[in-house]
Write a protein that binds this ligand. Structure first.
Ligand SMILES: O=C(O)CCC(=O)C(=O)O
Ligand SMILES: [Fe+2]
Length: 313
């Protein structure tokens, strides 16, 4: 499954690599030279706008890009880049990108107000990182508005979903049974082709390239999307693996997106083989992990946790 290159990039997209050529003819690549620090990318309308670019926040790499390298005030650095790549960024804009060169926010130039810097994070102590589960979090795979539409779709169009059943093998026959010793939640396949297409496009565009880069794995297929609700006092999924029976042995990675982080308490992921840490990704972030890892969703104590899940192979 290959994502098409978007004509225009959006917040949440990770910038594809590009060759950047300075006025003195020296060239670098965006990923090779500038990954690892937050970046501002400006596409000023003309030379005057370029000469008036605002001072960047501390610790930010400030790059002015366009078909030609313009004169810019220090510490800005100006580069010429492939016109099609520049067009994807848009005209007369200032983009803020994170350390992973993921576009976060876009502002029209000239700026009315300086953009708010990203909050700085305190590093974990080394002793807190010795047993971290090997999971990948990809921020902004679904926009907030898509997450909200999926919750409405589950609650209204899908009637809140059905009680989730487990496959049981009895006397050589497989049956679906409700089993509260394994899980309690409601779930439904989406019934709206347009919503499904939007989810598919976002997974192709934002999750698969990161999975290919981080895990060196090319996804070929995906199980149907499933929308999930874990209600207060009646939502959990006890420790399990996602590929340990013949019918699901093709699964390689689980991908799960929290749709309403902050609206509930509990409902965190835990990987008991790898220590006590709990994972509660932000709304729209995809949590990706190997289906072979033991994992559980802890009970929801307040509110309802909504999520979308699928499996990749
Ligand atoms: O609640 C989720 O996001 C996914 C839970 C899970 O582990 C599963 O459905 O296999
Ligand atoms: Fe699972």
């Amino acid at each position: 499954m290959n994502p098409p290159l978007p004509a225009h990039w959006l917040p949440g997209d990770r910038l594809p690599d590009v060759r950047l050529r300075a006025a003195d003819g020296n060239a670098v690549t965006l990923h090779g030279e500038f990954a690892g620090a937050p970046v501002w990318l400006a596409t000023p309308a003309d030379a005057t706008a370029a000469s008036r670019l605002p001072a960047p926040s501390d610790g930010v790499v400030a790059l002015c890009v366009g078909p030609a390298a313009l004169d810019v005030p220090a510490p800005w650095r100006a580069f010429a880049a492939d016109p099609a790549w520049c067009q994807g960024l848009g005209h007369a804009l200032l983009w803020q990108a994170d350390e992973n060169l993921r576009l976060m926010a876009c502002h029209a130039l000239p700026l009315a107000l300086p953009p708010a810097p990203f909050p700085t994070e305190q590093p974990l102590l080394p002793e807190q990182t010795v047993r971290i589960a090997p999971v990948l979090q990809i921020p902004g795979v679904f926009e907030r508005e898509l997450c909200e539409a999926l919750i409405r779709h589950l609650d209204i169009d899908c009637g809140g979903g059905e009680a989730s059943a487990v496959l049981v093998l009895e006397n050589g026959r497989q049956t679906l049974q409700i089993d509260p010793s394994v899980k309690r939640r409601r779930e439904s396949f989406p019934r709206d082709a347009a919503l499904e297409a939007r989810m598919h496009e976002r997974v192709l565009r934002r999750a698969l390239p990161e999975i290919a880069r981080v895990f060196q794995f090319g996804v070929q297929r995906r199980d149907p999307f499933k929308l999930l609700a874990y209600p207060e006092g009646a939502g959990y999924f006890r420790a399990h693996r996602d590929n340990d029976t013949p019918d699901v042995a093709h699964r390689r990675f689980a991908l799960s997106v929290n749709l309403n982080a902050g609206d509930y308490e509990g409902g965190e992921f835990r990987y008991p083989e790898f220590g006590p840490h709990r994972f509660s990704p932000a709304t729209g972030t995809a949590l990706v992990f190997s289906c072979s890892l033991l994992h559980e969703v802890l009970p929801v104590h307040r509110g309802t946790r909504y999520a979308m899940t699928t499996f990749l192979g």
